[in-house]
Design a protein around this ligand. Sequence first.
Ligand SMILES: NC(=O)c1ccc[n+]([C@@H]2O[C@H](COP(=O)([O-])OP(=O)(O)OC[C@H]3O[C@@H](n4cnc5c(N)ncnc54)[C@H](O)[C@@H]3O)[C@@H](O)[C@H]2O)c1
Length: 382
Amino acid sequence: MTYKIKVMNKIAPEGLKLLEKGFETGDLDNPQAILVRSAKVQTSEYSELLAVARAGVGVNNVSVAEATEKGVCVFNTPGANANAVAELVFSTLGYGVRNIGASVDYVKGLMDEESDEAISKLVEANKSNFKGSELAGKTLCVIGLGKIGVLVSNYGVHHGMKVKAFDPYPSVANVHYLDSRVSIESNLMEAITDAEVVSVHVPLIEQTKNLIGEEEIAQAKTGCVLINFARDGIYNDDAVENGLNSGKVSRFISDFPKKRFISNDRAICLPHLGASTAESEENCAVMACEQMKNYLNLGNIVNSVNFPPLEVPVQRTTKNRNMIAQITQVIGEAGVNIQSFGNESNGTIGYNIIDTDADVPQDVLDSIQALENVVRVRLIAF
Ligand SMILES: NC(=O)c1ccc[n+]([C@@H]2O[C@H](COP(=O)([O-])OP(=O)(O)OC[C@H]3O[C@@H](n4cnc5c(N)ncnc54)[C@H](O)[C@@H]3O)[C@@H](O)[C@H]2O)c1
């Protein structure tokens, strides 16, 4: 079968290349799948839809609840743009603490001087106006230890900073990559206390709206730098503006420009550039297309935001001797409910993990053991 995939935004060609065989891609009607970056996707508008893949992390532009009701699997690409964001945190931080913007503007203003000697004289006389500060030895507070927060923490350590981090639900998979010199604090206030730089890397959800307000900023060091490459709404704007005006906050670096900050000399606003690198766009496209292909061709689910993960390797040559049906029949007849069933075979021997929602009586275990071809049964009780 040739699947029709509607491509709703510009998707990097390295990704689309993966869909050249067995797929029709373009601005198609009645698609079975949609590839998207920022366009709005109302899944109910497509009657044959099986899947949506977003080349990016947030899925606010996709009607996920509606998709789940109709059995449409929605994918995203976690981590594919993490390095792009983490590098920009340090580029802009360096830009801010070394007064690069004002220095470059000053030098541009010397264009009409008579000679290079005259420029050199002025530069030496005025350079102290742009004196900055260094990152090494300073305290960096990272809020959120996801894909981006872990990288920012590690890059902070590599810049010689003392790094304190907080995340109420850190995932083992992410923390595994965290530099052991990062101190994980048990609450936000501890993490932010005496911080000279604060960088947030959490999603915008009800619990993170206005996460950093007056009280939190008060805990940080006077002259601190606040950074927002996460989402607008995580910092309380009034608190940040008060901090900038009082001098408590020396810089506010934000990827989400707003009038009150654009007009403030102490703020550095970017046009939502966090993930805008060629590498990041390519990573996201490749990941989204691979996941889509894997799902349409094999049914496997990796990085779905609304379906559980499940991958089953293709085993055309391996026979499992109908063991799944036989084992589930024994358990089902005993009235025990199976919560999940994992089954793998390497061609020589099969292995199952069966999770039940109640104790499994010994006679059921004996009946499974008595089935032809069952080698061993083991009960793992919690
Ligand atoms: N500026 C950009 O262009 C850009 C690009 C990519 C991502 N982002 C933003 O960055 C955010 C982080 O991205 P990621 O890939 O690291 O996501 P992620 O899902 O890997 O990590 C988010 C982390 O935040 C933690 N968290 C949730 N609530 C928290 C709270 N109250 N306090 C502290 N931690 C909390 C979670 O436990 C998780 O570990 C995204 O949600 C997105 O909004 C922005």
